[in-house]
Every structure is written in C-alpha cells, then in structure tokens.
Design a protein. Structure first.
Length: 92
C-alpha cells in the first residue's frame, strides 16, 4: 500500500526492467549512444544545435533524453562552441 503511493509520488511509471519510463510511455534512448558517438565534437554545430532550446539554452536531460555521460559531454561541447562563437549564448 505505502509502496504503491510512493511509486505514484515519483511521477513516472516503472517498466518491467525496473527502469523509469518516459512520460510518453516508451524508454528514450540516448541520441549519441544510439549513433555510437563517443566524443561530441564542438565543431559539429548542426548536431549540438538540436539540443538547444529556442532561447539558445541547453535543454535539460528530461527533454534531450541523453544519458548522464553524454549530457555532460554535450554541455561541455556547447560551452566550448559558444566561446568559439559558433553558438549564441542567448537569443532575444
Ligand atoms: Zn549516451
């Protein structure tokens, strides 16, 4: 009883593998793991850009669906690209 309420409070359902499901019901796969990209190149603006919001902010992991490793590398790549002038810091 108390266990069921606790699961509900977390806001996501648990799959039969014991992993959390996305709100849409499927398990999202990390884009870079799927395409077997180990290192994210900051010069690859086209790839990086899709993980930016309209305000040129880095989107949270909840939205990007990336794994912890690649989200970390992505944020570093974006910050590097921003300094090099390839990506904007903000858009008004
Ligand atoms: Zn990944």
């Amino acid at each position: 009883m108390s266990e069921a309420r606790y699961t509900m409070g977390l806001g996501f359902r648990i799959s039969n593998l014991g992993l959390p499901l996305r709100s849409s019901g499927y398990m999202a796969e990390c884009y870079f793991c799927k395409n077997q990209i180990q290192e994210i190149n900051w010069k690859d603006v086209e790839t990086i850009q899709r993980f930016l919001s309209t305000g040129a902010k880095i989107q949270p992991r909840k939205k990007t669906g990336l794994c912890a490793k690649h989200q970390r590398k992505l944020s570093k790549a974006i910050k590097r690209a921003r300094i090099m002038g390839l990506l904007p810091f903000t858009t008004r």
